[in-house]
Design a protein around this ligand. Sequence first.
Ligand code: ASP
Length: 139
Amino acid sequence: MKDTVGAVALDKHGNLAAATSTGGLAGQHVGRVGDSPLVGAGVYANNETCAISCTGDGECIMRANVAFNVHALVKYKSLNLHDAVVQACQDYKDKITGDRNLIALNKEGNIVFQFETNLMFRGSRKNDEVTYVAIWKEE
Ligand code: ASP
């Protein structure tokens, strides 16, 4: 299995967590380390702001430091989670190309799914609410 699996969570005490697992990219060099295990690049969580797990072109995500950037935009620019995610995925887009996709969750329990690909398998569950599961953009 080479696909990426990411998760973000908020517990009842207000603790945020993020995890990302990936098999990497097709045709990658032996020994390549992608963005997924790099805290701040492909994964990041901070109880002050949000939790982020990325998928996409790892080199691009690493160079743009996407996960930490979402946190920084919330913390230092007071952006809401959605706007921070959109901006972090756009930053340096003219210089650093590649897909940046992510899931994010903030301390208020807001969830953002952001992806540039045609689809992203995703789902969420909040307390006793009905589970959300989707694949395509419009869902
Ligand atoms: N971001 C992962 C990597 O570059 C790949 C993926 O998310 O599909 O290793």
